[in-house]
Design a protein around this ligand. Structure first.
Ligand SMILES: O=P(O)(O)OC[C@H]1O[C@H](OP(=O)(O)OP(=O)(O)O)[C@H](O)[C@@H]1O
Ligand SMILES: NC(=O)CC[C@H](N)C(=O)O
Ligand SMILES: [Mg+2]
Length: 501
């Protein structure tokens, strides 16, 4: 998951984009970048690291101008170690274009070959976003061959992009001296919304919290397949550029990725998490007699709303048994299993008195590789819990994600090919209760009937774009995993009573 933002204003935007990126930091911790524009010239600074580390005063001084864009990166293609893959990306022709991307292309490999052989464009990194920029640049060149650049030409280029590109993409680009372009893939898998401030600044961003937190009024979501072109005087043009579109946002945004104070596609992330807590409560009571639960404890941060609602419905106390070190980032979006595992203990510490002699129900938003739950169950026992039950507000994560969440292989998923009982044994809990897939979809979907469905592929193996084959998954995985990575493969996690092969 990455976070993206773009602005067109009458005043300098460097600090505004910086502030917006801080509000998107939870979507990407590996790299950050900003481009601003003054007198048709782009100024860029990007590097590996969190926003606060990447931008020092001297870097900010080098970002003049009244329009620009920014990105925080959580790599899902290429290599997390590569500084060159940090965004934004730039091409000088036609016009000069910079671009930021949230999502993941599933045909980047084929496009790269085609760009080279047919369009004569060179891609210098393993990033799918650089491929996407070059497809856009080529389509802009084609659409503007005999006519001056206008919103019509820009929209024709986006139609061309939709025809060639597969996968998920929420995109913001700036065309030098012309304006800002934003568009979303025809399924609207990744979020993108638009707002305006009292002084007329137009902002496009991944999440509504970015608009609110920087003093912009939310106006609307960018529709799936739609493109919005904002000229440098702040005029907004919009057009549907896809032949067919169908809003199917990623369910994992509501489970984990987005901030709870955001509203995505008309759905409050917080309310969706409360609803998931409600449906989870029903499953808990059918598995563990409520009399056997003394206390409900969330695993901070993302599970809190679901755990709170679940506790209320069970009539049990909700207690904060784990304290989170706020200086450690989100562990799931860290690259590499070794660093993730180490970070769980650094990040969370148990308050002994909440566990001693009690039967505790721990609630997390999701169990992906099982890194967090395995450590946490053990910590609860070390803190003196009698019984440790574990509940997940999301269903078992069993299938790889190809649309921008970094879980490219099924082998790394603790629930892949395993029964709930087997997962329970691996994480060492006394009971394990998962959300049901349909119940999750209803819990989120009931908040906006206009949403046609969700991309819930990591839970049900159904890929909304309808064009993903087993060979694609294998190839995307091969391209992603770099030799020498210190990942611990969860397929090697054995059941406690398993006989060694
Ligand atoms: O099964 P796993 O592979 O461990 O992944 C799942 C865990 O990772 C996430 O937490 P994270 O620490 O990233 O962020 P949070 O503070 O927002 O909960 C998520 O909330 C789960 O706790
Ligand atoms: N999480 C994302 O949106 C990643 C964007 C892009 N695929 C990258 O790897 O840089
Ligand atoms: Mg968590």
């Amino acid at each position: 998951m990455c976070g993206i933002v773009g602005v067109v204003s009458d005043a300098p935007v460097n600090q505004l984009i910086y502030d917006a990126l801080l509000l998107l930091q939870h979507r990407g911790q590996d790299a950050a970048g900003i481009v601003t524009q003054q007198d048709r010239k782009f100024f860029m600074h990007k590097a590996k690291g969190m926003v606060r580390d990447v931008f020092r005063t001297r870097n900010m001084r080098g970002l003049p101008g009244n329009s620009g864009l920014g990105q925080v990166r959580y790599p899902t293609a290429g290599n997390a170690e590569s500084e060159e893959e940090a965004q934004p990306f730039y091409v000088n022709a036609p016009f000069g274009v910079v671009l930021v991307h949230n999502g993941n292309l599933t045909n980047a490999h084929a496009l790269k070959a085609e760009l080279y052989s047919t369009d004569h464009r060179h891609i210098n990194t393993d990033s799918d976003s650089e491929v996407l920029l070059n497809v856009l640049a080529h389509e802009l060149e084609r659409a503007s061959r005999d006519v001056p650049l206008s919103p019509d030409v820009v929209f024709a280029a986006v139609s061309g992009v939709h025809k060639r590109v597969r996968g998920s993409y929420a995109v913001i680009a700036h065309i030098a001296g012309r304006g800002m372009l934003a568009f979303r893939d025809p399924y609207g898998i990744r979020p993108l919304c638009l707002g305006r401030s009292a002084d007329g600044t137009v902002m496009v961003a991944s999440e509504s919290v970015t608009l609110e937190g920087t003093g912009h009024q939310f106006e609307r979501d960018v529709a799936p397949g739609e493109a919005v072109f904002v000229t440098l005087d702040g005029q907004v043009h919009a057009r549907q550029c896809a032949e067919k579109s169908q809003l199917s946002p990623c369910a994992f945004e509501f489970v984990y990725l987005a901030r709870p104070d955001s509203v995505l596609d008309g759905i409050s992330v917080y309310q969706a998490r409360l609803n998931m807590g409600e449906t989870l409560a029903k499953r808990v009571v059918s598995t563990v007699p409520p009399a056997e639960i003394d206390v409900v404890i969330p695993i901070p941060e993302s599970s809190r709303p679901s755990a709170m609602e679940l506790a209320r419905l069970l009539g049990k106390p909700y207690r904060e048994g784990f304290v989170k070190n706020r200086y450690v980032g989100r562990t799931f979006i860290m690259p590499g299993q070794a660093v993730r595992k180490k970070s769980v203990r650094q990040k969370l510490n148990a308050i002994g008195s909440e566990f001693a002699g009690r039967n505790v129900l721990l609630v997390d938003d999701s169990i992906v590789r099982g890194t967090t739950s395995k450590e946490i169950v053990q910590m609860a026992r070390e803190a003196g819990a009698r019984k440790v039950y574990m509940a997940s507000a999301a269903p078992p994560v069993r299938y790889p994600n190809v649309y921008g969440i970094d879980m490219p292989t099924s082998e790394e998923l603790v629930a892949h090919g395993r029964s709930v009982e087997e997962v329970r044994q691996i994480i060492g809990a006394d009971a394990l209760i998962y959300q049901d897939v349909d119940a999750m979809k209803r819990a989120i979907g009931s908040l906006n009937p206009k949403v046609a469905g969700f991309d819930a592929s990591c839970f049900d193996g159904v890929y909304v774009t309808g064009d993903i084959t087993a060979a694609d998954i294998a190839r995307l995985n091969e391209e992603r995993v770099k030799p020498g990575e210190d990942d611990e493969d969860t397929s090697r996690l054995t059941l406690p009573n398993a006989t060694p092969a």
